[in-house]
Write a protein that binds this ligand. Structure first.
Ligand SMILES: [Zn+2]
Length: 244
């Protein structure tokens, strides 16, 4: 950690915060309504990779041929990993430069939610296939974005907050009403609360909810930060104490 980076005590834009969400179609969607995406796997690479997967299944374990097919697959995935790394680093840099607080869904919690509703294994698998290789790569990359954000945050003083993802897509970010999901992922969120006519891009609505959830988390962290800065004085004398 000690690489000489000095994290500013205060972000250059102290009041700016943003929520980010994994979009259904776009890689990353922010509460500001920004959509960030790139192609991680070209269509050519995707079909080549699928062909290699089939080839691999026909090879014998431990054979030279198997190793050769594996190496070809790894080469494609290596390129994907590099692109994903670039994408995450650039995006993290951009987002942390603009925001003092960045909120994102807690991946661990989301996984738990997914496995709880994972009784429909068959349709689930079909959905996964439909979503394709590119999407699977993206899902894997979410953790990487989280790491990139934390790392970029050290240069700007941005706070990265992880929030509970429960209801982020079903809740209306304008009035808080939770609309039962019909199981389909829809492009537009429409609030069903009486009197509320809020409608927005579904992913943007979710990202705004993530941002709101972080608002609560940050006020709790704010107390913590205050307590920590109070403690900094005795810590400053720690060197002296270690002599005794
Ligand atoms: Zn509403």
């Amino acid at each position: 950690m000690d690489d000489g980076t000095t994290t500013p005590e205060r972000h250059a834009v102290p009041n700016a915060s943003v929520g980010i969400d994994r979009g259904v179609k776009t890689a990353v969607v922010t509460s500001d309504g920004d959509f960030h995406d790139r192609e991680f796997l070209t269509p050519g690479e995707a079909s080549r990779y699928r062909r290699l997967q089939q080839q691999l299944a026909r090879t014998d374990k431990g054979s030279a041929n198997r190793a050769k097919v594996r190496a070809r697959m790894n080469k494609i995935m290596g390129r994907v990993t590099a692109r994903r790394g670039d994408f995450c680093a650039q995006l993290a840099h951009q987002i942390t430069a603009k925001n003092a607080v960045v909120a994102l869904e807690d991946l661990g919690t989301r996984k738990m939610t997914a496995s709880a509703s994972g009784t429909l294994a068959e349709p689930g698998r079909r959905v996964a296939q439909k979503r394709g290789l590119n999407r699977a790569i993206l899902d894997k990359g979410w953790h990487r974005l989280e790491l990139a954000l934390s790392s970029a945050a050290r240069y700007t003083g941005t706070q990265v907050v992880k929030v509970n993802p429960a209801y982020t897509s079903q809740r209306c970010s304008a009035c808080g009403f939770v609309t039962e999901s019909n199981g389909e992922s829809q492009a537009v969120f429409r609030c069903k609360a009486a009197g509320c006519r809020y409608a927005a891009h579904a992913d943007v609505n979710a990202a705004i909810n993530v941002k709101h959830a972080a608002g609560h988390a940050v006020s709790a962290c704010g107390d913590l930060a205050a307590r920590r800065s109070l403690k900094q004085e005795p810590e400053g004398r720690a060197t002296g104490r270690s002599l005794s």
